[in-house]
Design a protein. Sequence first.
Length: 358
Amino acid sequence: MVKFEVVTEGKTKFYVSKGKISKKLPVFYNPAKEFDRDLSVLLVKETGKKTVLDLLAASGARGLRLAKEAKCKVHFNDINSEAVKLIKRNLKLNKLRATVTNERADRLLTCLEKKFSFIDIDPFGSPINYIYQAIPKIEKNGILAVTATDTAPLYGVYPKTCLRKYGSCPLHVNFGHEIAIRILAKAVIEIAAKQNICLIPIFSHATMHYYRIYFQASRSHVEKVIDKIGFIYYCRKCKNRFATKFEHREKCSCGNKLEFAGPLYIGNLWNTELIEKMNNNELKHKHFLETIAEESKIEVPYYFETDEFGSAEPRIEEIIKKLKSEGFNASRTHFSGKGIRTNANFEQIKKIIEKIIS
């Protein structure tokens, strides 16, 4: 017999399957993603989206919260009949009404005639197989939210798998989580562009075991967003890194062979104005949003970690302060507690660190 317990997230209560968090749960629920769902509610409130498709709903946690806390009209779907039963039970618990379907996601997307202002795709593994059919169901200026939990290929642990699924070469380096999320962004943008839809990243984060990107749809500026696809090059000897729209294929200035990641999205992953609005109305995750708001102002598609410069590095706040005093842009990054996003290069940062510790 399936056992359930009631949990509370935000202002919403719902039943979830009891047991170890795994794919084997009768109805999947991951309490660690409460953070992700908090951000979804906040973003949907700020963007004013009101019609939601929770394509792979499971227990319905995200859709329930959007319905109750953001006052959205939600269409829940899951192929698991037990999940559908639980969603209906959770709707009743919260005194909500919604459409609930028990379909394969691809089949539902093919058959649906209506469009939505917010579509959420949060699967086990890669979201890529759902993107093509989801794009026509997004309203003008609507939002597509995409989660990838197959982090190992994107991070460069399985480069052949990444190339097969996402059409890009990853790079297993210390700033690899940013490379990973930029490869995911590129793959989604390309699929949309083939349908003459422009998808622009407006909010992204790499958290624990998943990558998450929110895109805003437009029927113009397709070429503009495609123009932001390029490559990131890296030298393991001198730690030099740079981005370019074209394949470089040259050695580093130090004479060492360059490695590359891409093609990937090298534009801004965030809409600064949106992040600041979200931050003004949030207390629970204020520090996280403040960090993203700052890094969103620096359009450099990589970061540096302090321990790349040796074991005697000063505090990160001192380095950032000194970089700014020297005329560079610099901030923390949410990708790493040791990370600095800056337009200074490795040697310039190294010299500044040497000045601080001398």
